[in-house]
Design a protein around this ligand. Structure first.
Ligand code: FES
Ligand SMILES: [Fe+2]
Length: 349
């Protein structure tokens, strides 16, 4: 399936964001993840639980059932499962029997997100969750409230969109008109199983966006527009800006802003997109934070709309002419190969 070979769909051995912490409360929700229904809830102690969403008996969605303490009682025939997936009770027989159980998924709550491991549970190492500090989710930085978008497009379109930052000045030109972000050649580096791309520009005029972020900045800046693919589930991207050293100034560091993108396949053709934007400047500036958050939602919705429009035409790939790539596509094509290799390695295993 585009852009991969037929049959290749998801990377399973990785951590994805399943939900915002705030989405899971005392009740139960069903969410489709990697094209499977997943039940999400919290125990009375507040620990998140993720289990297969359908009752193994006659497949009624467990989210239609009710909570009995930390357990879930199916609404159809009352079979009850504990948070570890074991069957606690089958009302029509004395003992549950050993086969009656429901699959559970390893989950870890970090920052305002609940992470789920969708592969072999034995390989679910929390140390593989991308480092939050690196993305700006750390002391001394500020993050906009986490959001969740429903993207009506396959996840790889979003992963590649985030390595294809030449689109910023066009698709998001009403917000970010900085030509340096589009016209500067892009460099790519492979690191830690992922990939970093960077557009490094020197001595460019302060854009309207940067002037808004840094009102007292000198008129010329050096900047790096960075995008880091950490895993199929996480990319972060954004500018690192400083004043251009010269007669008038000594090259003062201005600040860094990272848009964090947590990407979770919903179905082969739709994606959960969780977001926040972090920064190390103007922290505590409430008016700036609120305006940034509002703008951030509008910008991300432009991507959601564009990717949905592309997806609508991918349903019959055989009738489409082959796509034509340009120089700026290099990082996106690298990341396509990376994800393709991950899927192939899992299938070979
Ligand atoms: S379908 Fe759940 S108890 Fe029968
Ligand atoms: Fe975008």
């Amino acid at each position: 399936m585009y852009p991969f070979k037929p049959g290749h769909v998801f990377v399973r051995d990785t951590w994805y964001v399943a939900a915002l912490s705030a989405e899971i409360d005392a009740g139960m929700i069903e969410r489709r993840i990697l094209d499977e229904p997943v039940l999400l809830y919290r125990t009375e102690a507040g620990d998140p639980v993720a289990m297969a969403g359908l009752c193994p008996h006659r497949r009624l969605p467990l989210a239609m059932g009710r909570r009995v303490g930390d357990a879930v009682q199916c609404a159809y025939h009352g079979i009850t499962f504990g948070p570890d997936g074991s069957c606690l009770r089958v009302p029509s027989q004395a003992s549950p029997g050993s086969r009656m159980r429901v699959r559970t998924y390893p989950v870890v709550e970090r920052w305002n997100w609940v992470w789920i491991w969708t592969g072999d549970p034995a390989a679910a190492d929390p140390a593989l969750i991308p480092d939050h500090g690196e993305m700006g989710l750390r002391d001394g930085w500020e993050a906009t409230p986490a959001e969740h978008y429903a993207v009506p497009a396959r996840y790889q379109l979003l992963i590649e969109n985030l390595q294809d930052l030449s689109h910023i000045s066009y698709l998001h030109g009403a917000y970010v008109e900085d030509a340096a972000w589009t016209e500067t050649p892009v460099q790519t580096m492979f690191e830690g199983g992922g990939m970093r791309s960077a557009r490094i520009s020197h001595d460019t005029p302060l854009s309207g966006f940067n002037a808004w972020c840094f009102p007292d900045a000198a008129p010329r800046v050096d900047q790096e527009l960075r995008s880091v693919f950490k895993s199929p589930g996480v990319t972060y991207s954004g500018p690192i800006v400083g004043e251009t050293p010269g007669e008038a100034c000594n090259g003062r560091y201005l600040g860094t802003m990272f848009a964090v993108h947590a990407i979770t396949p919903e179905t082969p053709r739709s994606t959960h997109y969780f977001s926040t934007t972090t920064r190390d400047f103007r922290t505590g500036d409430t008016a700036f934070s609120e305006e940034l958050h509002r703008m951030d939602i509008e910008v991300r919705m432009q991507d959601v709309v564009a990717l949905g429009a592309i997806e609508r035409h991918l349903s019959d790939e055989s009738r489409l002419a082959p796509e034509i790539s340009v120089a700026a596509d290099t990082p996106a094509l690298h990341v396509r190969r990376l994800v393709e290799k991950m899927i192939a390695a899992e299938q070979a295993a």
